[in-house]
Ligand binder design. Structure first.
Ligand code: NG1
Ligand code: ZN
Length: 552
């Protein structure tokens, strides 16, 4: 009874905005910040119920990632640090759109009965809440707390301003009984990075790597955090310069950031031809995406993009090298004792040249629909699952079993800089598993792994970029009244509805050598996205345009 009246009275303070219907998409709820208060409050309730059901710590993040600064959004981290379990998404939609407090109460009653959640206040569970740097975040965070605390037994802990992956990491660490503060996160990243640097084979002194990295922080949270991390690293032989920290007056994601750089393939604000020859990287607004790029030597705006597929390929080469050391005679007999299944997960947006490259390395490559929840789920089925979207969102997952095998057969940790080759390879893989975020894609941890890998290989950004040459591609979006009219199958590579479109796309695509083209409804915007690849840029552009006209 106390619970019912608490929910009714608090909910009446957060009426849903009239005429707005939201859905929990691939990135949670996202909209103009002005209409989100009621939604975020309700996601607070959802997160609380999820915590009670799972009897674990849950996370709630307020961010709209790479979207414009006036937008905001909210998503839930599950106990393992991953995205909210998909079977809860319909409930999230229903809750967000419930018209009256009584409707909301009915939904909560149904769910608690269904899932056997007791709202008797006998247990107390914590929900970690955080936000990115958006000005709307502060009041939305207050709404989230009120939602959480309108469920008896749920307690909100305000973690302040964090990157999305930091929050997910903390949730995971808390539920694993590990140290889970922001400082613990930074400490784990810097110690595992140092471990990888200590294990760099000697003889790479004449490498081409280049000792400077310039990072575009998208005027968001990532830049601030990187400055702190950089201090902890006290790097020798590597200088990181952070630009677009948001403190120089620039606007979040405006002409800056990983999404802008990847989609437009142009130099972000604050960079120019004076940076030619230096490794450059770009984070997105909540620092879960990372791309690298090379600026042009003279005037002009077009960059050489080193995208998520290249990051995936770099990591695959490095890990494969470590595994083959482990398989060598006299080692821990990797193949006999334990096979170690490795897989690379991509989406239809992966450049065709990257897929060919990975397959030629002898790796298993599989495809899922767009959205990291799908890639992550697939990657978790391998001993080592490498996943990246072309836009730079991804990570590497290690199975518990494989990590245990590494530890037991190669017991020493980082102290084995003097150990056997096999022990060093095992230590490197263990360090990678601690450096790269096991919860979600994380630009800061991914960046440190790229840096360590380049140092290990002795490669400049150009050498890395030349692993393979991207096929020219073009992405377009077409505004439509109803994006759900387009339904796809085969990891989004074929349209099944409306009838006839796929046949027409096939006809267009067949006109171009190496042509590949698909359309799909966006999960985050009211658009149909068109992607085309062909052997020249002009042909990729023409293919994309002709298919966009079919959609219009
Ligand atoms: P949609 O809008 O569904 O294409 C975009 C990205 C996804 C993913 C989500 C979530 C592209 C083409 N799509 O999804 O990869 O990152 O946003 O942020 O980059
Ligand atoms: Zn993001």
């Amino acid at each position: 009874e106390e619970q019912r009246s608490l929910l009714l009275s608090t909910t009446s303070r957060f009426p849903p905005p009239p005429g707005v219907k939201l859905s929990y998409g691939t990135a949670g709820f996202r909209a103009d910040a002005g209409v989100l208060k009621s939604t975020v409050y309700r996601v607070g309730i959802l997160a609380a119920l999820r915590a009670l059901k799972s009897e674990s710590v849950i996370g709630l993040m307020i961010t709209a990632s790479h979207n414009k600064v006036s937008d905001n959004g909210v998503k839930v981290s599950d106990p393992n640090g991953g995205m909210l379990s998909q079977d809860w998404e319909p409930f999230a939609d229903a809750l967000a759109n419930a018209p009256t407090p009584e409707d909301l109460l009915r939904l909560v009653d149904e769910l608690t009965a269904n899932k056997g959640i007791a709202l008797d206040g006998t247990t107390s569970l914590e929900i970690l809440v955080a936000r990115d740097t958006r000005p709307s975040g502060e009041s939305l965070l207050e709404a989230a707390k009120l939602g959480i605390e309108s469920v008896i037994g749920a307690v909100a802990s305000d973690m302040g301003i964090l990157t999305t992956p930091q929050l997910h990491w903390m949730v995971r660490a808390r539920n694993n009984g590990e140290k889970a503060s922001e400082n613990d996160y930074l400490e784990q990243l810097s110690s595992s990075f140092k471990c990888l640097m200590d294990l760099i084979p000697s003889g790479n002194e004449n490498n081409q790597v280049g000792d400077k990295l310039i990072v575009d922080g998208a005027n968001g949270v990532g830049g601030e955090k990187l400055i702190v991390l950089k201090e902890m690293l006290k790097l020798k032989g590597l200088t990181i310069e952070v630009r677009n920290t948001g403190k120089e007056g620039g606007v979040l994601n405006e002409g800056v950031g990983a999404d802008y750089v990847q989609k437009e393939k142009v130099v972000p604000n604050g960079f120019g031809s004076q940076d030619f020859g230096i490794r450059c990287a770009s984070l997105d607004g909540d620092a879960d995406r990372l791309v690298y790029f090379i600026v042009p030597s003279k005037s002009g705006n077009n960059i050489e993009l080193v995208d998520g597929d290249k990051i995936s390929s770099l990591f695959a080469v490095f890990i494969k090298e470590q595994l083959s050391i482990l398989k060598k005679e006299g080692g821990a007999k990797l193949s006999e004792d334990y096979p170690c299944r490795i897989g690379v997960i991509q989406t239809a947006y992966a450049n065709g040249a990257s897929t060919d490259f990975l397959k030629q390395l002898g790796l298993e490559v599989v495809f899922t629909p767009t959205g990291v929840k799908y890639l992550h789920e697939k990657a978790a089925q391998y001993d080592i699952g490498i996943y990246f979207e072309a836009n730079g969102h991804g990570t590497i997952l290690f199975s518990e079993f494989f990590l245990l095998w590494l530890k037991t057969t190669n017991n020493e940790l980082c102290s084995v800089a003097k150990g056997s080759e096999q022990q060093k390879a095992a230590s490197r893989l263990l360090a990678v598993s601690r450096l790269i975020n096991q919860a979600v894609g994380d630009a800061l941890s991914g960046m440190l792994l790229v840096e360590a890998t380049l140092q290990h290989m002795g490669w400049s950004i150009n050498q890395w970029n030349e692993l393979y040459r991207d096929l020219p591609s073009r992405q377009l979006k077409v505004k439509v009244a109803n994006r759900t009219a387009v339904v796809t199958t085969n990891a989004e590579t074929k349209v099944v509805k409306p009838p006839g479109i796929q046949e027409a796309i096939n006809v267009e695509t067949a006109k171009y050598p190496k042509g590949r083209c698909f359309i799909r409804p966006s999960g985050t915007e009211d658009v149909i996205r068109v992607y085309a690849e062909a052997s020249t840029q002009d042909e990729a552009d023409r293919l994309a345009n002709s298919v966009a006209n079919l959609v219009d």
